[in-house]
Design a protein around this ligand. Structure first.
Ligand code: BGC
Length: 756
């Protein structure tokens, strides 16, 4: 429907109807206005499958929803580093939505993994904003290609569950712009999600649901968002302030209470009716976009999606350790599968994203026909391993050539709604792994978890396969990877620190009362560990393969650029092993020196490359200003400082064999000098330097440039003299600048410096 038709419809609506349209009809529907032909539309959780609830509504996944297909959760999906595959998953979900008449799927969720403790990390992509943004773009592209909307969430800075509906995430603007916003920014600018879901929390004291700077100035004004903003479920505090801030749809409803407040505010002149019209316009635009493109006859082939979910899960698995090539397993060898997760995998997390799967395939079932025995090892729900269970596991391990322990976090250890208390695995599982490893040196651990865990047994086992929460077909994928039918190619989208206290947010995470300060600033994840040069258990970007790759010939199209140029970096990747495999080429950019406090390097490009044995391929990355930029609060914009940069390429943030240097020249920052401006800054400015030099040469003998050793009666080194000059403000000329530095002369100098 054309905008002018939508506006004409709105013009026929009463204020009550308009206010009503700005909140849900029930938990999952927008309101109809029957007399005007406005249909009700349904939204539904996901985002890694559908959670369409019908009658007995609840939004935490307690009541059953329709039978659907559960794809790998975001924690796993991001490890694929494969946007094309994520887009294909999005297409499948989009088709299922069409089949079920769902206008919007509530996701992707792109909040940054600030701490391993966040209960919802499994739903989020990464500690890195660029990777999270690329994955979100792919997902949105896929879903929306089927004329179904997405709702990128939770906007913004929602990286903890603790006190999630009242806590304020307090961060400086640079941190928000560089770490917590870019995934949203990329998605909005590139893919225009039909909707955005604001978060529960406050940002610097103002609820996201009524934060005008966030929802209007940044999201629409700067990024050009043109869909509607909906609240997270129950995120509205002051509805009238929300309408004014740009929150279009309140979900679910407040049973009319907030609608009446909107009406009263308009009637009393506290809220401009035009803002209510605008919210209606944005909502109806999307309502009709779906209604006019609804395809209820779209088939939903769950069997095919189950197979696709297995294929995707296999691409997400990260091989963390493979000592002596213990993996892949030999089909003929006797293998013991140990641990309840082999039979009943943990493949998704709890809360609003919980999917009612039409089928679940565990590894034990998928291994039918192979030479595999099974011992339960522990009871995940009771979180215990009895002596009998451990003895049985040890017997099975001893009788086998290889023991594979399926371990990880039980449901109760991580979930929407609360944060983890620690980063440990269940003690009973750690005990089991140690006992099995002692009984059989050929022990491999398969992990099912949504967030990093400590691994006290890492030195005792020969292999570790991180399977994450890989969706309902994870067992098929696991068996394929274990036996080498699929060569693992996932890479970590997050750092595994050695211990929780290594994490940069450790001292502040969770905050005090309703205030959480993001004091580590931009130093999140590898940005911190690299800066501190710390050992980690497994670094960001890391992942092994059953084959090997060589990276060579990094070439830049130029070794110098202006901030208005782009530069390309090409690199050759070769499969040097004897199996087909995929690597993830990663490009990082780091500033060498300069005034800004910055991470050592940051991910600015990646490419998943599939290669036959012996095959090589050249890949190209394009670098623009943004790859070098910081958020400059002085100019309120992105700024790429002049200087030397290092471009580093490899297949992990800690394994970057290729390096090249690049010099960047930035445009001049708009500057206003004052009497307090210091000489080191003046002399660094090519425009100011000659003016200062000319003044100094005319000023005659002065103390500033003199050797102070006589005056002070003791030796003052040349270095100290220079430093004293460097850090002196312009006003110091009046005291130390000699006879010519009169007040008038220094005033005139300042005016010249400011180009007046
Ligand atoms: C969650 C959202 C979810 C919504 C609807 C909220 O509790 O934070 O992610 O989409 O519920 O179920």
């Amino acid at each position: 429907m054309e905008m002018k038709e939508i506006r004409a419809l709105i013009a026929q609506m009463t204020l009550e109807e308009k206010a009503g349209l700005c909140s849900g009809d029930d938990f999952w529907h927008t309101k109809a206005v029957e007399r005007l032909g406005v249909p009700r539309t349904m939204v539904s959780d996901g985002p890694h499958g559908l959670r369409k609830q019908d009658q007995r509504v609840d939004h935490l996944g307690v009541n059953d929803s329709i039978k659907a297909v559960c794809y790998p959760a975001a924690c796993a999906a991001a490890a694929s580093f494969d946007p094309d595959m994520i887009a294909a998953m999005g297409e499948a979900i989009g088709e299922s939505c069409q089949h079920e008449g769902l206008s919007v799927v509530l996701g992707p969720a792109v909040n940054i993994k600030r701490s391993p403790l966040c209960g919802r990390n499994f739903e989020y992509y990464s500690e890195d904003p660029y990777l999270a943004g690329e994955m979100a773009c792919a997902m949105i592209h896929g879903v929306q290609s089927k004329n179904v909307g997405t709702s990128i969430k939770h906007f913004a800075a929602n990286s903890q569950e603790h006190r999630r509906m009242s806590s304020s995430s307090d961060a400086d603007e640079r941190t928000l712009r560089e770490i917590y916003f870019p995934a949203f920014e990329m998605a909005v600018k590139r893919e225009q999600p039909w909707t955005v879901m604001c978060s529960y929390n406050k940002i610097n004291g103002v609820y996201a649901s009524q934060n005008r700077w966030l929802l209007t100035d940044v999201l629409r004004g700067e990024w050009g968002f043109n869909g509607y903003v909906m609240s997270d479920w129950g995120a509205v505090s002051d509805r009238v302030a929300g309408v004014a801030a740009g929150l279009d749809l309140e979900m679910p409803s407040s049973n009319g209470v907030n609608d009446r407040k909107i009406v009263a505010a308009v009637r009393e002149g506290r809220l401009d009716e035009k803002l209510v019209d605008l919210a209606c316009e944005r909502i109806l635009n999307i309502v009709f976009r779906f209604a006019e493109n609804a395809r209820p006859d779209t088939p939903w082939d769950k069997e095919a999606q189950h197979a696709q979910a297995a294929d995707i899960a296999a691409e997400c698995m990260v091989l963390l350790k493979n000592e002596g090539g213990i993996l892949p397993l030999n089909r003929a060898d006797a293998v013991a599968f140990i641990g309840e997760f082999a039979e009943k995998p943990r493949f998704q997390g709890g809360g609003s994203s919980h999917i009612n799967c039409f089928r679940i395939t565990g590894a034990l079932e998928a291994a039918k026909g192979l030479n595999v025995t099974y011992a339960r090892g522990y009871d995940a729900a009771r979180d215990e391993a009895t002596d009998d269970m451990i003895e049985e596991a040890v017997r099975a391990a001893k009788a086998a050539k290889v023991a594979v322990v399926f371990a990880g976090l039980p449901d109760s250890y991580e979930s929407e709604g609360y944060d983890r208390q620690h980063m440990r695995m269940p003690e009973c599982q750690n005990r089991l792994i140690a006992a099995v490893a002692a009984a059989n040196p050929n022990t491999v651990v398969v992990l099912h978890n949504g967030s990093p865990v400590e691994m006290p047994w890492i030195g005792q086992v020969r292999g570790v396969l991180e399977a994450y929460l890989g969706g309902q077909a994870v067992g098929m994928a696991t068996v394929r990877v274990l036996y080498g039918d699929v060569n693992p190619s996932g890479h970590l989208a997050e750092t595994f620190p050695v211990k929780l206290s290594d994490n940069p947010s450790f001292l502040y995470y969770g905050g005090e009362g309703d205030r959480t300060e993001y004091r580590e600033g931009v130093f999140v994840g590898y940005r911190y560990y690299d800066k501190k040069d710390m050992d980690v258990l497994f670094p960001f970007g890391y992942g092994l393969s059953y084959t090997s790759f060589a990276y060579s010939d990094l070439r830049l199209s130029a070794d110098a650029m202006r901030d208005t140029d782009t530069v390309t970096a090409t690199v050759t990747v070769r499969n040097t092993g004897s199996r087909f495999g995929k690597t993830v080429a990663q490009l990082y950019v780091g500033a060498l020196g300069g005034d800004w406090i910055r991470p050592v390097r940051e991910l600015k490009g990646f490419r998943k490359v599939a290669l036959q044995p012996g095959e090589s391929r050249q890949i190209t990355f394009t670098l623009d200003k943004r790859c070098f930029a910081v958020w400059n609060e002085q100019i309120h914009d992105w700024y790429a400082p002049s200087g030397q940069y290092e471009i580093a390429v490899g297949d992990s943030s800690r394994d970057l064999p290729l390096r090249a240097a690049l010099t960047l020249t930035a445009g001049r920052l708009p500057r206003k000098y004052t009497m307090d401006s210091i000489f080191i800054d003046l002399m660094a400015d090519p425009k100011a330097k000659p003016i200062v030099e000319e003044f100094m040469s005319k000023a005659g003998p002065n103390e500033i440039e003199n050797d102070h050793s006589d005056a002070a009666g003791e030796a003052i080194s040349e270095e100290m003299n220079i430093a004293m000059f460097n850090y002196m403000p312009l006003r110091a000329l009046l005291s130390f600048g000699g006879d010519q530095s009169t007040a008038d002369a220094v005033d005139a100098l300042l005016r010249r410096l400011n180009g007046e």
